[in-house]
Ligand binder design. Structure first.
Ligand code: FAD
Ligand code: MG
Length: 365
């Protein structure tokens, strides 16, 4: 018996502007009479983190798998309550309300994630910056009040966007975060990756041997795919409707995270404004990249990197990739000669380009 799972339009069109950089996953359940024990599949879906989250587990005890799915959804809810800029009681909101006043005691998890985000700010020269929250709030993309901000206000927000003004203090009585007056932390560019890592650790701890975690397009797979061989993940085509893909990545035990300007945006005066900001201007990044997919063992890093490389653009992005170990990427670049797909060396055998209108460049890195 083989089943093909893809994202039904109804699921995607939930009327949310949530980011759903969709990776279409083609999974075939193992052929039951392949001589091995029959493989059960358990899947759960929920609206969390402003998007659709879906976890698919494979194993031989469906009761146990469903119990673990309950635990996983509870873990996502717990971390959303800790890290969401949209929940007033979250650690992030507590820090934002006290900006410039006093150090706020936060959970060790929120503190260490903020430190990780700041490390990526340093490595990307501020292209990735978790203090982008003021700019994000002004634009309101993904909400009913999305609009082009007043240039004066935007300039003020850009002046406040500076990761160097954030301190994370590890004291004997806990972890504290202090930000500068008016600063606003927003972990939307890294926290889905972190939450994916936490869910993966929970699944492994509960004895799950094979799973696919999809938090709004932030994907992680581990263990064997239900079909012999690697997992096959389709990468959303940046210029086609949701559900169409430009290529297939064959992977195992990694995270596959994509950032692009085609999911979360609004249009005004015939211009499309997307949700990934150039922290130097406060405007949506004018990237020469249409989409960035990062493939790495760590989902937190992959999430931050996909956002950062999108802002950095092709040249700066490739030079950063050259410095990194065990990180692969698929970059879709908009060039004068057309749409060019760049794949890093370590992935070149595991990536199949499907759109004949796109050209595959010689491998990079
Ligand atoms: P990515 O490229 O991974 O990140 C883009 C997001 O990162 C932007 O939305 C912004 O938040 C931030 N960002 C933009 N530019 C930069 C930059 N230069 N450097 C660093 N960060 C940048 N969405 C809702 O609509 N409603 C919700 O209630 C909601 N709650 C959430 C709670 C949590 C804990 C998380 C992690 C996300 C939540 N979201 C919610 C979604 C969030 O607002 C982002 O849109 C989403 O995480 C973007 O993911 P992405 O993969 O599309 O883009
Ligand atoms: Mg990201």
């Amino acid at each position: 018996m083989s089943i093909k799972i893809h994202l039904p339009r109804s699921i995607i069109y939930l009327g949310t502007a949530a980011v759903t950089l969709i990776l279409i996953i083609f999974l075939y359940s193992a052929n039951r009479d392949n001589g091995s024990r029959s493989l059960q599949k358990a899947q759960r879906e929920s609206y969390r983190l402003g998007t659709i989250v879906r976890i698919t587990l494979y194993g031989d005890d469906s009761k146990k798998l469903n119990n673990v799915l309950d635990l996983s959804m509870k873990e996502i809810e717990r971390l959303e309550n800790l890290l969401s800029v949209n929940i007033p009681s979250s650690d992030v909101s507590l820090v934002n309300r006290a900006s410039g006043e006093y150090p706020v005691k936060v959970s060790e998890e929120a503190g260490s994630l903020l430190e990780r985000a700041i490390e990526w700010s340093e490595r990307t020269g501020g292209a990735f910056d978790p203090t982008v929250g003021k700019i994000v709030k002004l634009w309101g993309i993904g909400t009913e009040s999305a609009a082009v901000p007043d240039p004066e206000q935007l300039k003020e927000a850009v002046d406040m966007t500076d990761f160097r003004k954030v301190s994370v203090l590890h004291e004997v009585n806990g972890t504290f975060v202090q930000t500068a007056k008016g600063q606003r932390i927003d972990l939307g560019g890294i926290a889905k990756g972190y939450i994916t890592e936490k869910v993966k650790a929970l699944l492994i701890n509960e004895g799950v041997s094979s799973a696919l975690i999809d938090l709004g397009g932030n994907i992680a797979v581990f263990g064997s795919s239900p079909k012999p061989g690697k997992w096959k993940l389709g990468l959303q085509h940046p210029f086609m409707p949701r559900g169409e893909y430009f290529g297939i990545a064959e992977v195992s035990d990694v995270s596959v995270v994509t950032s692009g300007a085609y999911e979360r945006y609004f249009e005004s005066g015939g211009i499309r404004y997307h949700h990934i900001f150039d922290t130097a201007t406060g405007y949506p990044a004018l990237s020469d990249l249409a989409s960035v997919t990062i493939i790495s063992e760590d989902s937190t890093d992959a999430d931050a990197l996909s956002t950062a490389l999108f802002v950095m653009g092709f040249e700066r992005g490739i030079s950063l990739l050259r410095e990194l170990k065990n990180v692969e990427a698929v970059l879709v670049a908009k060039k004068t000669e057309g749409t060019i797909v760049y794949v890093t060396k370590g992935l070149s055998k595991g990536f199949l380009l499907k759109d004949p209108a796109m050209k595959k460049a010689p491998e990079v890195q």
